[in-house]
Design a protein around this ligand. Sequence first.
Ligand SMILES: [Zn+2]
Length: 181
Amino acid sequence: MALLKKLWYDPVGSKVLAAGIVAVLAALLTYILELWPVFASFLITTYSFLRASTPVYNWLIGLVIVLIGLALRGFVAGHRKGGKGTLIIDYTSDEFFGVCWRWRIDEGMPHGIGHLHSLCPKCRYQILPRETMELRVSQWIVNFECQDCGYKGETQAGMWREVEQRVILKIQRNLRERLNL
Ligand SMILES: [Zn+2]
């Protein structure tokens, strides 16, 4: 506290402190509003104000402001990534039954996976799984055939609902493995 007080009464130190406080407040505010351009112009305004009043130490004050800004930005970015959450969110595609699957992690869904769809591994055209009754053995099957390039995935026994469930269970198992659960 003594150092802080000394800095506060020091003509240059107080400016650095004040600039630091302003920068922190501005960074917090802009983080909330997601308005970095506004923050940048605010910094420029602050910098020119300080430049006008302290010709000798202006470069130092400018440097401090930039460093505080960068540190805050890094801190915020670190908080957004990091932790176990990264792994879950990063795992949003895989290949099962010879076709590419994509999905979103969706807390709103009972199984936690939403917007599940399949793509052709050759041309990336979306494949709409086709459910048909195999009359020979009187069983439902699901075909994955690309309507654009003619590629065929592995035919699965069962109705689409069951096959979709199998895909979701595979995704959930891989999620558990990635999270060591
Ligand atoms: Zn294709």
